[in-house]
Design a protein around this ligand. Structure first.
Ligand code: PLP
Length: 286
C-alpha cells in the first residue's frame, strides 16, 4: 500500500518522523485535524475542509501560521510525491511543544503533520448497508470542533464492533436525543423528508452533510429538516444513512435490534448516493 507522511516541512515514510514528547497534541490532545479524500489524484471539497479547519483553529485559539495557498500546495505536493490516485489525507495541527502546563504556552509554534494513504470507501457496505449500535454519547460539549480528543468516539466504535455493527449511533442520556455517528453524520428519511441533527455544539459540521443538504437534496427536490429526534424515531425511519468523507454515503439497514424500512438500502438513499457521485465526478474527473 502506498503511503507518505509530512512533518516539520519534510516528507517521511510513516513511522520515521520524530515528534517531541512534549508536543501538546500528545499530552493534552491539544490540536485539530481534517480528513480529505483524494479521487483521481485530486482533492475533493478541499475549500470546505479548509474553511472548517480555520474555524476549528479559531475556536481553539491556535494561531494560524500557514496561508491557505501553502496548505493547498502541501496537500497537492503530498499527493504528487506519493503517487496516490485514490486515498485519504489525514492532516493535523497541534498547539506545539512547550514544558507541560495546562494553560496555553506563550511561545509555542503550531506543529503541522499529515499522512496520505491509499484508500477507497467501503463499496460492499455501500451496496448492502450497515448496522448501527445505539451508544450513549459521552463526548465533550464542543463536538463542533474537530479536535484530537477522540476517546468518546473510540469507546463508541469499540462498543459497536463488540455488537457486530459497523458504526455507532450516538444519543445524549440527558436529553434522550440522537446526535450523530461516532465518525459520521446520521440522516434518516421519513415520509419523503430528510432529517438530520441541527448544527450546534453537539455535532461536527460535516463537509459531506453540507454537500448533501446544499447540493444533493436541492438537486433531488428533497425537503430537509434539521431537527433533533429520539433513537426510537430513528428506528422507525423509512430509510437511514451515514455520511462522511470516508464513508461517502452509506445506507443503514439496522439500528440496535430494529430493521430500517425493508432491511435493504432505501430508494431515496440510493438517489442521494448517485447525486453525490456526480459531485465527485464533476470536481475530480472532468
Ligand atoms: N461527525 C463526526 C463525529 C466525524 O468524526 C465525522 C468525520 O470524521 C463526521 C461527522 C463527518 O464529517 P465529514 O463529512 O466532514 O467527513
Amino acid at each position: 500500500m502506498k503511503e507518505l507522511s509530512f512533518s516539520n516541512d519534510h516528507f517521511f515514510t510513516p513511522g520515521e518522523a520524530q515528534i517531541d514528547v512534549e508536543d501538546r497534541g500528545y499530552q493534552f490532545g491539544d490540536g485539530i485535524y481534517e480528513v480529505t479524500h483524494v479521487y483521481n489524484g485530486r482533492l475533493f471539497a478541499f475549500d470546505r475542509h479548509l474553511a472548517r479547519f480555520r474555524r476549528s483553529m479559531r475556536e481553539m485559539h491556535i494561531p494560524i501560521t500557514y496561508m491557505d495557498e501553502e496548505l493547498t500546495a502541501i496537500h497537492k505536493d503530498i499527493i504528487e510525491k506519493s503517487g496516490i490516485k485514490n486515498g485519504a489525507i489525514y492532516f493535523q495541527i497541534t498547539r506545539g511543544t512547550a514544558p507541560r502546563a495546562f494553560t496555553f504556552p506563550g511561545r509555542a509554534t503550531p506543529h503541522l503533520s499529515m499522512t496520505i494513504r491509499e484508500s477507497e470507501p467501503n463499496r460492499a457496505w455501500q451496496e448492502k448497508g450497515i448496522s448501527l449500535a445505539l451508544v450513549e454519547d459521552i463526548r465533550w460539549l464542543r463536538c463542533d470542533i474537530k479536535s484530537l480528543n477522540l476517546l468518546g468516539a473510540v469507546f463508541a466504535k469499540e462498543k459497536a464492533k463488540a455488537e457486530g455493527c459497523e458504526e455507532a449511533l450516538l444519543y445524549r442520556k440527558d436529553t434522550g436525543l440522537v446526535t450523530e455517528g461516532a465518525s459520521s453524520t446520521f440522516f434518516l428519511v421519513k415520509d419523503g423528508v430528510l432529517w438530520t441533527h441541527p448544527l450546534d455544539h453537539l455535532i461536527l459540521p460535516g463537509v459531506t452533510r453540507a454537500l448533501i443538504i446544499e447540493e444533493c437534496a436541492k438537486e433531488l427536490g428533497l425537503a430537509v429538516i434539521e431537527k433533533t429526534f429520539t433513537p426510537e424515531f430513528a428506528q422507525g425511519a423509512d430509510e437511514a444513512f451515514e455520511a462522511s468523507t470516508s464513508l461517502e454515503i452509506t445506507p443503514v439497514i439496522k439500528i440496535g435490534d430494529k430493521k430500517i424500512g425493508s432491511g435493504s438500502p432505501g430508494e431515496i438513499t440510493k438517489k442521494i448516493m448517485a447525486s453525490f457521485q456526480k459531485l465527485i465526478q464533476k470536481e475530480c474527473f472532468s
